[in-house]
Ligand binder design. Structure first.
Ligand code: ADP
Length: 394
């Protein structure tokens, strides 16, 4: 029988879901506004049904009850066929997990112990798993980690220059957005094997943002480090920061660790710099000079990382833009690529405006590409592979 795979990406205020029968996405949507005014949006390609409604108070109590609201819809759309497996996005897999895996009670304990390393994401990912285990008790549950893709990056990119004992206890550069980078690599492998085997820099520019240097499909380094705070400025996260600033906030200003955490994760980045919005669309349409400066800083940091990664890789063959901003903002792509002939690439303004797959000119030595990422599809593939391994005799 064709397996039915549900993919869940469970965050603090939303649960995004996609349901696949075999390889085809049949139902997609999200429960948004958890903790405030939760809504369920859903589109089913099975029956053409759409749902856009507020959750009632009993449905809205927790991730678990919100997920329960989905169940009757899925059941009805599947005509009673069970969900075979649920694949989860899990932000942190720790030092050991470089592959997706089937979730057991022991694995849950291990993942819970990693919560302090990703306090804004991991608890919600795990709440999603708990809810799915309760809602779909017969289904196999899998964890697909954002850190896994980077686990084999070189030691110099894995460590900080801190006493060794901290490295040994797990204070390392993990890197995130791994499912997105993996998807881009698989896309290149299938469609452009020469690019795949070369030196690639991927800029994943969404609400969260990072860049990854990749050689032959292998992560060499990421701008994100111990947590998803490091590297590029993001919607509300600060990106790279002198740790002395954190000491200043704690000591001179007497801020509590929780207040510092809130400042760095939720009040900084594009939102903090502009005072206008965390949303790039709003900023590009704003006349406020602080919005312009926030974009200037954003572009500056991407260009800086691009140069650093090019030096580490010993050159670039391909640059790929992805994520909400990378896929949709011709302006940001143009500004990142402006005057980069020294690096060997040049983009075609019309192809860039059109968001074409390849936006570099014919004579550009480096290919610049726009590839829409699909983390849900990557989770589906991993879950499907784990299902096959489960049902194939050794
Ligand atoms: P997430 O990391 O939450 O998945 P997305 O990848 O959807 O986020 O990216 C969200 C960002 O993409 C927002 O800043 C949004 O403004 C930006 N974005 C989406 N479309 C456009 C566009 N046409 N122009 C500029 N920015 C855009």
């Amino acid at each position: 029988m064709v397996p039915v795979i549900l993919v869940l990406n469970s965050g603090s205020s939303s649960i995004k879901f996609s349901l696949y029968q075999d390889e085809a996405e049949q139902i997609a949507g999200q429960i948004s506004g958890l903790g405030a005014e939760p809504r369920l949006d859903l589109l089913s390609r099975i029956s053409g049904k759409t749902i856009d409604r507020a959750l009632n108070s009993s449905e809205a109590r927790s991730h678990n009850t919100a997920l329960q609201a989905l169940l009757p819809v899925i059941d009805e759309e599947l005509g009673g066929r069970p969900v075979t497996a649920v694949g989860h996005r899990v932000v942190h897999g720790g030092t050991d997990h470089d592959l997706p895996l089937k979730i057991t009670d022991e694995i849950m304990d291990e993942l819970r112990a990693l919560e302090p390393l990703a306090p804004l994401h991991q608890p919600h990912n795990l709440a999603g798993i708990e809810a799915a285990r309760a809602t779909f008790p017969e289904a196999i549950q899998t964890a697909c980690f954002d850190t896994a893709f980077h686990r084999k990056h070189p030691w110099v990119n894995d460590t900080f220059a801190l006493p060794r004992s901290l490295y040994d206890e797990g204070v390392r550069r993990y890197g995130f957005h791994g499912l997105s980078y993996e998807y881009i690599c698989e896309h290149l492998k299938q469609n452009d094997p020469t690019a795949y085997s070369g030196r690639v820099i991927v800029a994943h520019l969404g609400n969260g943002a990072s860049m990854c240097a990749i050689h032959g499909g292998q992560s060499i380094g990421s701008t994100m480090g111990f947590t998803a705070l490091d590297g590029l400025p993001m919607g509300t996260r600060c990106g790279q920061l002198d740790p002395g600033v954190v000491l200043y906030l704690l000591t001179t200003k007497g801020m509590s660790p929780n207040d510092v955490s809130d400042l760095l994760y939720k009040q900084s980045g594009l939102k903090g710099l502009s005072g206008v919005s965390q949303d790039m669309r709003t900023l590009t349409q704003s006349d406020d000079p602080r919005a312009r400066e926030a974009i200037d800083y954003y572009v500056f940091r991407i260009r800086r990382e691009l140069g650093a990664m090019a030096a580490v890789l010993g050159g670039i063959d391909t640059i790929v833009f992805t994520g909400g901003i990378g896929e949709n903002s011709a302006l940001i792509r143009r500004r990142v690529c402006d005057s980069q002939e020294w690096l060997g690439f040049e983009i075609d303004p019309e192809l860039n405006e059109a968001g074409a797959l390849r936006i570099s000119t014919e004579k550009s030595k480096i290919s610049a590409m726009v590839i829409p990422t699909n983390e849900e599809e990557m989770i589906r593939r991993h879950t499907s592979a784990l299902l096959s391994a489960e049902t194939t005799p050794a």
